[in-house]
Design a protein around this ligand. Structure first.
Ligand SMILES: [Zn+2]
Length: 248
């Protein structure tokens, strides 16, 4: 199988250097919440491990989602996010003081204070995946292969892919999503995420909310020069359209 058949992509600055089966992230790795089909460069000798997922996908023939199905997914996604947040938030830990100090030049204090971190063995897919998507042959996003995910202000980190403290770049990426959630509200976040996926060929890396998180993280990693993520996200998300109180 050739690399091109696996759809593995390269995007500036991100390099996956890992034993995928053991979930070990090597030194110098920047792995902000990536999926195996996400924007990374994969070392050739790791290719077979990465490819095993892609090979599973080869049998999937993408079909076009109807509007009804798309909006069903948005509603189900939104409900899933809210339930997950309620489930995990109570056992979340605040960011350690040194992490907050490192990220302080980039996020407003309220954002960093609100974040909770939860370690899980594995990030589970939503229950509605099983009944809807597999039968329709949609190349769904497999959250079990993500290192991290955010539910509003609650960041889940997968022990499958992370041992030891998470890299700052990963936390940075996830906290960009926290800012997006705060400005959009859960329903609008879900709507933009699902539509961004459907309208861009079901590609995780093409979802605009992800592109924003990756590009702001790359800016942080490359320059370390102070900038306000909250301000940058606000520029692209006009003031709180669709904002709602959902979780507390
Ligand atoms: Zn992300």
């Amino acid at each position: 199988m050739r690399i091109s058949e696996c759809g593995i992509k390269t995007v500036s600055g991100f390099r996956l250097n890992a034993k995928l089966e053991t979930g070990f992230w090597g030194p110098g790795t920047l792995d902000p919440g990536l999926f195996l089909f996400g924007p990374v460069t994969v070392d050739f000798h790791l290719f077979s491990a990465a490819c095993s997922f892609q090979a599973e996908s080869e049998t999937i023939v993408p079909v076009r989602l109807s509007e009804n199905t798309t909006y069903y997914l948005i509603r189900m996604g939104s409900a899933w996010i809210k339930r997950q947040r309620e489930q995990y938030h109570p056992r979340g830990k605040p960011l350690p003081p040194e992490t907050r100090a490192s990220l302080a030049p980039f996020f407003i204090p309220e954002t960093l204070e609100s974040v909770r971190i939860v370690r899980v063995p594995l990030i589970e897919n939503p229950a509605f995946y099983g009944t809807l998507l597999t039968s329709r042959k949609i190349p769904l996003l497999d959250f079990r292969r993500a290192a991290g995910i955010v539910f509003v202000d609650t960041v889940l980190l997968s022990s499958r892919f992370l041992s030891g403290p998470p890299p700052l770049s990963l936390l940075f990426h996830e906290i960009v999503h926290v800012v997006q959630y705060r400005l959009l509200g859960v329903s609008e976040f879900s709507r933009r995420y699902v539509l961004g996926w459907v309208e861009n060929g079901y590609r995780y890396e093409a979802i605009p909310l992800e592109q924003q998180a990756y590009s702001l993280t790359a800016r942080y990693v490359q320059s370390q020069e102070e900038f306000s993520v909250d301000l940058e996200v606000e520029k692209t998300i006009p003031s709180c359209s669709g904002k709602e109180e959902t979780t507390e």
